[in-house]
Design a protein. Structure first.
Length: 81
């Protein structure tokens, strides 16, 4: 299911870009100037899951989840400072 929020902080231009975000995680954000290299060093798994495979995600799921990209979500989510 899609989240309950009003929207995320980033709207991908297309499905290809969203798949790049899913595969590369924070490395993608670093290339876009959205974080610092030190952020990757201080983030679990270096900011990306090693076996991430965006091809395993259906186009329908990508379309539903895309507007939530960059949101924290609700429920059992937290941000560690």
């Amino acid at each position: 299911p899609a989240g309950v929020g009003a929207g995320g902080a980033f709207a991908p231009k297309n499905e290809r870009e969203l798949r790049a975000v899913l595969n590369d995680g924070m490395r993608w954000a670093l290339e876009q100037g959205m974080c610092w290299k030190e952020d990757l060093e201080r983030t679990e798994e270096g900011g990306a899951m090693p076996d991430a495979d965006a091809d395993a995600v259906s186009s329908r799921a990508l379309k539903r989840g895309s507007p939530q990209l960059g949101s924290l979500g609700s429920g059992n989510h937290y941000l560690e400072l």
